[in-house]
Write a protein that binds this ligand. Structure first.
Ligand code: ATP
Length: 327
């Protein structure tokens, strides 16, 4: 492959704390290796409409500790069309960009794969960036650690009220169709039950549990519900419980977008910096159409085709453990 002289970098899909650390990692590693760096603002939308900005080493000063993404992020309908991708390709060529690093979730990596299947001469490397941790082929995604800490902090506070008033709280957390955030934070907060999209029929089990819990006079109950949970979400389940268990004082709390923001944790800063650095190393090693992730603590390259085709699953043993620990 011809020597790469200019790298484009973008963030796409939902923002996640630590994306800036990855942008910094890519930018400085590329400059260190004699390349120029172009920030593509607003994700694929900016690629189509030419939102390019030159990044120097100092352009990424003081961003390591900031949440969100300095390049902005977006979802682009146009990139889903062949015409949109052609316009993006023409723009990259015009700008002299000969490789691209995409930081985003599974949708963004799918977009990268579709693009690379159509245009072979611009290698793409992916970095998993989403708080949801729902990307196959990597144990870690940027922002997941910070989001978990945010949830734990919020649930601990709600627990104070729940136990002071003997209340039953349903707390809905993010994760789209995946239950990773719910499961881990449920364990971390000692939730009495964790409802996730990956497991069916949990509401009946919850009702059994509540029956017994009330008999034992538990002073408070925290139920963590993943937003993609299949029986209608926290409000719908709370309504059912209210109807069947009048003795419980039920409340619902939807944590919402606070889970996306905030300063990245030390773990996210280090991991995202590492992925940024490794993405450029992968390009220097002539890699293309791969995602840089972590497997068992080691950096790993996974082809886009696998990342997109396969679904990451939650660990059923952890759910079992959470049940045992909540008796
Ligand atoms: P998050 O998990 O945080 O929501 P994501 O990357 O999965 O992030 P999406 O909205 O699914 O977010 O995808 C981001 C963008 O990737 C889309 O707006 C679109 O531009 C592009 N994209 C997704 N799927 C495809 C596809 N099949 N073909 C082309 N582009 C795609």
């Amino acid at each position: 492959m011809a020597k790469i002289k200019k790298i484009g970098i973008l963030t796409s899909g939902g923002d996640a704390p630590g994306m800036n650390a990855a942008i910094r990692g890519v930018t400085r590693t590329a400059i260190f290796n004699g390349m120029q760096v172009v920030g593509i603002r607003h994700g694929y939308h900016g690629m189509i409409f030419g939102h390019f900005t030159r990044l120097k080493a100092h352009s990424v000063s003081d961003i390591l500790a900031r949440g969100g993404t300095i390049l902005k992020t977006a979802r682009s309908k146009e990139f889903m069309t062949a015409e949109g991708r052609k316009q993006a390709y023409d723009n990259l060529k015009k700008e002299g960009i000969d490789a691209v690093v995409v930081i985003g979730g599974d949708g963004s990596l799918t977009g990268a794969r579709v693009f690379c299947d159509e245009y072979y001469d611009i290698p793409f490397i992916g970095i998993p960036g989403t708080i949801d941790n729902d990307i196959f082929g990597t144990d870690y995604t940027i922002g997941y650690d910070t989001a978990q800490n945010t949830v734990v902090d919020a649930v601990d506070k709600i627990r104070d009220t729940a136990s002071s008033h003997n209340r039953l709280f349903f707390i809905e957390v993010m994760g789209r169709d995946a239950g990773f955030i719910a499961l881990k934070t449920g364990i971390a907060c000692g939730a009495e039950a964790i409802l996730i999209p990956e497991v069916e029929g949990q509401v009946e089990g919850l009702k059994d549990y509540l029956e017994k819990g009330y008999k034992r006079k538990k002073s408070s109950n925290i139920i963590i519900v993943a937003e993609g949970e299949k029986s209608g979400g926290a409000f719908a389940i709370a309504e059912q419980v209210k109807e069947e268990f009048e003795e419980y004082s039920v409340r619902v709390s939807i944590l919402g977008h606070i889970q996306r923001g905030g300063k990245p944790s030390a773990y996210d800063r280090v991991s995202a910096s590492t992925l940024g650095y490794e993405a450029v190393q992968a390009l220097l090693d002539d890699q293309k159409s791969v995602m840089v992730g972590f497997h068992n603590g080691e950096v790993d390259l996974v082809p886009f085709r696998k990342v997109i085709k396969l679904k990451k699953s939650v660990d059923p043993q952890q759910l079992e453990m959470a049940d045992v620990l909540s008796i």
